[in-house]
Design a protein around this ligand. Structure first.
Ligand code: UDP
Length: 237
């Protein structure tokens, strides 16, 4: 079984929402539970969070906004989510460091700095990245690949609503089959819409595995995978 020292977890903004709340206290508590279960195994964890529960660039563009401005708004939405995750962690004595992909200033959060991020992780802090890559025209998935490379993470975990990568959308197609593992080339070629091609390409170039798993079903799934349970789908070279 492979032992991971440091992981990066990519959470979509939607993972924090419920039908009633944009950021739901119950889902935030689940995220806290996941973080604690990872830390309890002496595995360092960084998180990068999206903003889709608040704003997505593409939706604002459809409403007529300039696409660069729309992406700036999307990235700011991810900052809000990062602050919410940091807050619940701090309240529960889990130390965090929030780092944004672009400078925000004031006492809101730090700017990305890979050296300080690694130092914080070494000390057992949870580093929460936001604002994706810091540049428009990207998504948080690509930000996840980039930050994971910067902090020398052993693997990127992508939390989704389903328990892995399927031949087609299992919610729409009951005959869809789950892959246990597949290569980056297969994932890109089959256009499986699980992560951006740029995220896959970065991970392929840096030989960084991705594991797609279901976060909502059971808060212990991630720590079970870390213990060696064959859950989710692994994408590797
Ligand atoms: N975004 C961006 N550059 C990045 C990451 C995100 O411009 O590197 C913008 C983009 O508009 C995106 C929004 O921020 O729609 C929210 O991020 P994302 O859609 O990736 O969030 P998720 O779907 O993971 O919640």
């Amino acid at each position: 079984m492979r032992k991971y020292k440091r992981i990066l977890l990519k959470l979509s903004g939607e993972a924090l929402a419920s039908t009633e709340n944009t950021i739901d206290p119950v889902t935030l508590n689940k995220v806290l539970g996941i973080i604690k279960s990872v830390l309890s195994q002496n595995v360092e964890i960084a998180i990068i969070v999206g903003g889709g529960n608040i704003f997505r660039g593409a939706t604002l563009v459809q409403a007529g906004m300039n696409h660069i401005t729309a992406d700036h708004i999307g990235m700011l939405a991810t900052v809000i989510n990062a602050l919410a995750i940091a807050d619940i962690c701090q309240k529960n004595k889990v130390d965090t460091l929030v780092m944004s992909g672009f400078p925000i200033g004031g006492s809101v959060c730090d700017s990305i700095n890979h050296v300080r991020a690694k130092q914080a992780l070494d000390k057992g802090k949870v580093v929460i990245f936001c604002a994706g890559t810091g540049s428009p025209c990207f998504t948080t998935d690509t930000g996840a690949a980039l930050r994971a490379i910067e902090i020398d993470a052993n693997i990127v975990f992508k939390a989704t609503k389903v328990d892995g990568i399927y031949t087609s959308d299992p919610i729409k197609n009951p005959d869809a089959k789950r892959y246990d593992s597949l290569s980056f080339d297969e994932a890109i070629e089959r256009n499986l819409q699980i992560m951006d091609i740029s995220a896959f390409a970065l991970c392929r170039e840096h030989d960084l595995e991705i594991c797609v798993f279901n976060m909502l079903e059971n808060i212990n799934t991630l720590s079970d995978i870390l213990k060696g349970e064959p859950l989710g789908t692994i994408v590797r070279k």
